[in-house]
Design a protein around this ligand. Structure first.
Ligand code: GTP
Ligand code: MG
Length: 370
C-alpha cells in the first residue's frame, strides 16, 4: 500500500507539519511528523487543507504514460532504426559518413545535414531507413541498460583485411542479447589484402552463418572508400526491415527515446529524440526522464523546422525545462500538471534511491568497522 511521511506531505502542500498533525488528530490519528500515513488518509488531509490530491505512484505513472495497446488496424509500416557496430578502425564512422553524404548529394540541392545523433536516408528503391549516428557498443549498451531498445537492425562492420576481432565478438553478443538481427558489412574490400572469405569462416565460430555460407544472415561486401556495395547494403537493410514487419501507430500520443541531449547556450536544453511510436507535435506536453516540457520547436536532421515527427523519425526537441539524459524515455501526456507531477515523482524516487543506497553503505561501513 502507498504511504507518505507526514512531514513530507506537509512539505508538498507547503503547510506546517504541526498543522497537518493537528488535522490528523481531529481525524482520531495520533502521529508524529516522522511517521507515515496511508494514501487514503493523506488524501483526506489534503482535501481538508483545500488542495487537490494527485496520486503519482509507480503504477499511476505507468497508467498515465502507458503504451496504449494499438489496434492492428491502426498500425502502419515504419522505417527500421539501424545501429552500426564493429571492431575499432573497421570503418564504422567512414560508412556512416558515406551513407549520409551520398544521401545529401542525392537529396535536395544544398541540403545541409546537421549532426543530431541520428539521420534518415532513402534507398534507391525508395525505402526509408533511420541510422543512429553514434557507432559503437557503449551507446547501444547504455541505452539498453536504461530500458531504451532503439535498434531494430545491427550492421556489423568487419574489415576484410582484419577479420573477426574482440569487439566484433562483443558486438555479436550485444546484438544476440538484444534479439536484434544483424547484417554483416564486409568492409575495406578495395584493399589488396582483403580476404572476405576469412571473415565469413571466422564468423561461423561465433554462430553467425552468413548467406554466402548458406546461413540466413545477409552479408554484403563494401568499401567506404570507393563506395562499392553501399547501395546493396542499404537494400539489404530495407529487405531485413520488411521481414521484421516493423509497425507503429502514427495516430497516438508520442513515445520516444533520447539519443543525445545537451544544454545549448542559445536554445536552452535540446534533446534529439527518436520517436518510437505515435507522432510528436509542436505544442505537445511531455515528460522525459526527470524533466518535462512543452514542444516549442522540432528540428529534423537536415536542420529544418518541422511541425511533427512520426515513428522512427529523429528530431531535435526544444522546450524542455532541463537537460534529460541519453536513454531517457519521452512520453507525451495530457496536461502540464500531469507532466510536472510525474517528473517530480521521478526526481523524488531517484533521491530516495540514492539516499537508500547511501544509508546502506554507511551501515555496511559501520558493520565493517565493528
Ligand atoms: P573507431 O571509431 O576508432 O572505432 O573506428 P571506425 O570503425 O569508425 O573506423 P573509421 O571509419 O574511423 O576508419 C578507420 C580507418 O580505416 C580510416 O583510416 C579509414 O580511412 C579507413 N577505412 C575505412 N573504410 C575503409 C575502406 O573501405 N577501405 C579502405 N581502404 N580504408 C578504409
Ligand atoms: Mg569511428
Amino acid at each position: 500500500p502507498e504511504t507518505i511521511v507526514v512531514s513530507e506531505l506537509a512539505n508538498r502542500m507547503a503547510e506546517r507539519a504541526a498543522d497537518v498533525i493537528k488535522s490528523l488528530m481531529k481525524m482520531g490519528m495520533m502521529v508524529t511528523a516522522n511517521q507515515t500515513i496511508d494514501a487514503d488518509t493523506a488524501e483526506l488531509v489534503i482535501e481538508e487543507f483545500g488542495h487537490r490530491a494527485v496520486r503519482v505512484s509507480d503504477a499511476d505513472v505507468e497508467q498515465v504514460i502507458q503504451t496504449v495497446e494499438d489496434k492492428a488496424e491502426d498500425l502502419q509500416a515504419r522505417p527500421p532504426i539501424v545501429t552500426i557496430m564493429g571492431h575499432v578502425d573497421h570503418g564504422k564512422t567512414s560508412l556512416l559518413d558515406l551513407i549520409r553524404q551520398a544521401n545529401v548529394v542525392a537529396g535536395e540541392a544544398g541540403g545541409i545535414t546537421q549532426h543530431i545523433g541520428a539521420y534518415q536516408v532513402t534507398t534507391e528503391s525508395g525505402a526509408l531507413l533511420s541510422f543512429l549516428d553514434t557507432p559503437g557498443h557503449a551507446a547501444f549498451t547504455s541505452m539498453r541498460a536504461r530500458g531504451a531498445n532503439v535498434t531494430d537492425i545491427v550492421v556489423l562492420v568487419v574489415a576484410a583485411d582484419d577479420a573477426v576481432m574482440p569487439q566484433t565478438v562483443e558486438a555479436i553478443n550485444h546484438a544476440k542479447a538484444a534479439g536484434v538481427p544483424m547484417i554483416v558489412a564486409i568492409n575495406k574490400i578495395d584493399k589488396p589484402t582483403a580476404n572476405p572469405q576469412k571473415v565469413r569462416t571466422d564468423l561461423l565460430q561465433h554462430e553467425v552463418v552468413v548467406e554466402a555460407m548458406s546461413g540466413d544472415v545477409q552479408d554484403v561486401e563494401v568499401s567506404a572508400h570507393t563506395g562499392q556495395g553501399i547501395d546493396q547494403l542499404l537494400e539489404a537493410i530495407a529487405l531485413q526491415a520488411e521481414i521484421l514487419e516493423l509497425r507503429a501507430n502514427p495516430n497516438r500520443a508520442a513515445l520516444g527515446a533520447v539519443i543525445e541531449a545537451k544544454l545549448d547556450v542559445g536554445r536552452g536544453p535540446v534533446a534529439t529524440v527518436l520517436v518510437q511510436n505515435g507522432t510528436l507535435k509542436q505544442g505537445d506536453i511531455f515528460v522525459v526522464g526527470e524533466q518535462w516540457g512543452k514542444v516549442r520547436a522540432l528540428i529534423n536532421d537536415k536542420g529544418e523546422r518541422v511541425t511533427e515527427a512520426g515513428p522512427s523519425v529523429p528530431v531535435e526537441v526544444l522546450g524542455i525545462n532541463g537537460t534529460p539524459e541519453a536513454g531517457d524515455v519521452l512520453n507525451v501526456v495530457e496536461t502540464e500538471a500531469q507532466a510536472r507531477e510525474i517528473a517530480d515523482y521521478r526526481i523524488q524516487a531517484a533521491k530516495d534511491k540514492r539516499a537508500a543506497a547511501g544509508a546502506a553503505t554507511t551501515l555496511q561501513e559501520l558493520m565493517a568497522k565493528a
